[in-house]
Design a protein around this ligand. Structure first.
Ligand code: IPM
Ligand code: MG
Length: 356
């Protein structure tokens, strides 16, 4: 099994190193090959997603990704910015289904910004459509005003679009995921204002008829944002478009105490996947050895389960993460009084040790 390892920028290199360490001690038959991506690739090759990196990813069974981005690239032409690397990987690999679980570990209930009684036992699965919506509408690919910004005029544009097949396939993913959980799906839209999301709502409802065992409800995105912080336990599987999913998944992640705990999986129709922590490159803390590697380590577990058919190894990693939390080990983002503060590397080492 071949894994493309793309650490990227900022804390990406530090946290991916810990996940790689964990993968290596499992003694599975894995070939890991590393390549530059994002700002790091721009520095070395003049492009955030060089052809060689894209090819490595496309040919691999799975991709383990860190994070991309740094403020210092904010003035580059948009096609050269680090973020284009992850968008290009998602689009080229057809990774349309993004799974972002928001699980509140019992050991971290106190680290949530909400009262413990609101989040204790929280287990939400956000399913974000990842290759459509306003992220990939015009101006993408246009020659004039390629970045949607007309120089000299104070005007810019982006277009939101979805097609029926794009909505159908993500809806199926959501209903099938719900069948394995508590059989409830909340579809989040803005059908009261946007045509794109009226189509979304109609198509999700239609697909829902094929899953009579799953209860479907619809919620406007503004209300969903409110409900997430008011009564998050009411949600189970949430399915939504690319942009709403981007926003809501950050909010849901924080309910669990730290975005540094949450993995994600982005899958295509062949179950080839890209696995990355839900958080970004955090340039403000890069190089300090304080980033939380657990989201990336848990992403590696998701990779073993979803793309590499190694559910048992995945469960071992998850149990090891649970164990280090129970031992009281905390990186600064999840630290609370009485716990033992550890560095990125110490956390990775502790997981390795807990694997036994
Ligand atoms: C995410 C990130 C990306 C996104 C950025 C880095 C392009 O915020 O994965 O949520 O907007 O999708
Ligand atoms: Mg985001």
């Amino acid at each position: 099994m071949k894994i493309a390892v793309l650490p990227g920028d900022g804390i990406g290199t530090e946290i991916v190193a810990e996940a790689v360490k964990v993968l290596k001690v499992l003694n599975l038959d894995l070939t890991l090959e590393t390549a530059l991506v994002g700002g790091a690739a721009f520095e070395a090759h003049g492009h955030p997603l060089p052809d060689s990196t894209l090819k490595l990813a496309m040919d691999a069974d799975a991709v383990l990704f860190g994070a991309v981005g740094d403020w210092k690239y904010d003035t580059l032409d948009r096609p050269l910015r680090p973020e284009q690397a992850i968008l290009g990987l998602r689009k080229n690999m057809g990774l349309f289904a993004n799974f972002r679980p928001a699980i509140c570990y019992k050991q971290l209930t106190d680290a949530s910004s909400l009262k413990p009684e609101l989040v204790s036992g929280l287990d939400i699965l956000i399913i974000r459509e990842l290759t459509g919506d306003i992220y990939f509408g015009q101006p993408r690919g246009r020659r004039i005003a390629t970045d949607g910004h007309f120089p000299g005029s104070e005007e810019a544009f982006d277009t939101m679009r979805y097609s029926r097949p794009e909505i159908e396939r993500i809806a199926h993913v959501a209903f099938q995921a719900a069948q394995k959980r508590s059989k409830r799906v909340t579809s989040v839209d803005k059908a009261n204002v946007l045509e794109t999301f009226q189509l979304w709502k109609d198509v999700v409802s239609e697909v829902g008829l094929q899953y009579p065992d799953v209860a479907l409800d619809h919620m406007y995105v503004d209300n969903a944002a409110m409900q997430l912080v008011k009564a998050p336990m009411k949600f189970d599987v949430v399915v939504t478009g690319n942009m709403f999913g981007d926003i809501l998944s950050d909010a849901a992640a924080m309910l669990t105490g730290s975005i540094g705990m949450l993995p994600s999986a982005s899958l295509n129709a062949k179950n080839q996947g890209l696995y990355e922590p839900s958080h970004g490159s955090a340039p403000d803390i890069a190089g300090k050895g304080i980033a939380n590697p657990l989201a990336t380590i848990l992403s590696a577990a998701m990779m073993l389960r979803f793309s590499l058919d190694q559910a048992e190894a995945a469960a071992r990693i998850e149990a090891a993460v649970d164990a280090v939390l129970s031992q009281g080990l905390r990186t600064p983002d999840i630290y609370s009084a009485g716990m033992t503060q550890v560095s990125t590397r110490e956390m990775g080492d502790a997981v390795v040790k807990a694997l036994g």
